[in-house]
Design a protein around this ligand. Structure first.
Ligand code: GUN
Ligand code: ZN
Length: 430
């Protein structure tokens, strides 16, 4: 039998932009989402649809809001246990916190435990799809894929490639990076809802030979993703410019080896110029905007307006453990502040876009997830405006739906996620 979910329902049809274009959004004050076999059948007004759709198993969520499942465009599962570590900027933070955390992943049992906890945290925060860094250990990718498969999640992940400027026991080499990644692609890519990402950490930690090997694999396997960091921190950018003096830019280092193409996702992208943005847009690459991480590590401010005007695909990333929350609404509230500082606007519906359909476009998954078009996979979240007593008070006096959604976005945490559905199945309810 079909399942039907009744609540206020909102989703994006396109990017509402800084002007919050209402035609980019579909909203039903009393909506009904019809689901069958894990897919969306139809979205519409509840009274109208209920009178037409015959027998359904009806679940009602009065006073709640249903939105598409959130999509995290950049996060590191092995860094879960070092979230909120004090005092450093990127390169020292890697040495002091991230690399030691990733060394612990040599222990398979520990890695397995973290993988499960991490995905349950994602789901508890309403995130149903993510693009995830592992560690250099191939088993880190096996374990996160296995945990995602058990939970029915759509997940893209990969083992990290790095062979320089990091601890010895976290190094692979160009040959093993290639062969292990290839074996993981064969094992996991396209299985259930899983996809593989070739994951060179960043130019700083890969030799020329390893970057070339990653690029070769990316060219041989055009339907797998590429996932790396780009132009996050000034010192990092200086190191890359000194090492590659004849390349036009940091992005050009990736481009020249074949790592910039459709399905390439670059975390951060803080220090780019217009040529980089045009190049990224033209070649189909995407940017993950990671505001909590960029603020926490003192890295800089993402220029969303310039990226979108150039036509770059953009989604939000939590970037835990550099980021300070796995909650994409909270991440959007920091994005609002980062953009406000640059005299840019981020209306609530555009936050919704960046965490759902925009993120799906960035990951080339918008034929599968991101909104409630008929036939897409039924990943959705039930938001509770009264998740905290303060947001209950604030949303009660909101005079429009936009005002209510904005207040929830600014005030939300995991208490505001009443339920998360993955391919039509309830995962977490509180
Ligand atoms: N650049 C290279 N590695 C990392 C990482 O683990 N986190 C962040 N934020 N930036 C990086
Ligand atoms: Zn990162």
């Amino acid at each position: 039998m079909r399942e039907a979910y009744r609540a206020s329902i909102v989703h994006c049809l396109s990017d509402p932009g800084e002007g919050a274009d209402p035609s980019a959004v579909e909203y039903f004050d009393d909506g009904l989402l019809l689901v069958e076999d894990g897919r969306i059948v139809e979205l519409g007004d509840a009274k109208t649809l209920l009178s037409q759709c015959g027998d359904v198993a009806l679940t009602e969520y009065p006073e709640k809001i249903i939105v598409p499942g959130f999509i995290d465009c950049h996060v590191h599962f092995p860094q879960l246990d070092i979230i909120a570590s004090y005092g450093e900027k990127l390169l020292d933070w890697l040495d002091r916190y991230a690399f030691p955390a990733e060394q612990r992943f040599a222990d398979r049992a520990y890695a397995e435990e973290v993988a499960g906890v991490f995905l349950d945290e994602l789901l508890g925060n309403g995130t149903t799809t993510a693009l995830v860094f592992g560690t250099v250990h191939a088993h880190s990718a096996d374990l996160i894929f296995e945990a995602a498969r058990i939970r029915g999640m759509r997940l893209i992940a990969g083992k990290v490639l790095m062979d320089r400027n990091c601890p010895q026991d976290l190094r692979d080499d160009p040959e093993s990076a290639y062969t292990e990644s290839r074996a993981l692609i064969e094992r996991w890519h396209g299985q259930d809802r899983l996809g593989y990402a070739i994951t060179p950490r960043f130019a700083v930690t890969s030799s020329d030979e390893q970057l070339a090997a990653a690029g070769r694999l990316a060219t041989e396997c055009p339907d797998v993703w590429v996932h790396t960091h780009l132009a996050e921190n000034n010192t990092e950018v200086d190191i890359v410019h000194k090492r590659f003096p004849t390349h036009r830019s940091y992005l050009d280092v990736y481009d020249q080896v074949g790592l910039l193409r459709e399905r390439s996702v670059f975390a951060h992208c803080l220090h780019l110029d217009d040529t980089d943005r045009d190049c990224m847009a033209n070649k189909g690459g995407a940017a993950a905007f990671c505001p909590t991480s960029n603020l926490f590590l003192g890295s800089g401010l993402f220029d969303l307006r310039s990226m979108r005007e150039a036509g770059v695909r953009c989604g939000l990333g939590t970037d835990v453990g550099g980021g300070t929350s796995l909650n994409l609404l909270r991440t959007a509230s920091e994005a609002y502040k980062v953009l406000h500082l640059q005299d840019q606007s981020l209306p609530a519906t555009r936050s919704l876009f960046l965490t759902t359909l925009g993120a799906a476009e960035a990951l080339y998954l918008n034929d599968k997830v991101g909104n409630f078009e008929s036939g897409k996979e039924a990943d959705f979240v039930v938001l509770d405006p009264a998740g905290s007593s303060l947001s209950a008070r604030r949303t009660r006096v909101a005079s429009s739906f936009d005002e209510k959604l904005f207040a929830i976005t600014m005030l939300a945490d995991d208490r505001h996620i009443a339920a998360t559905y993955v391919a039509g199945k309830l995962h977490a309810i509180k």
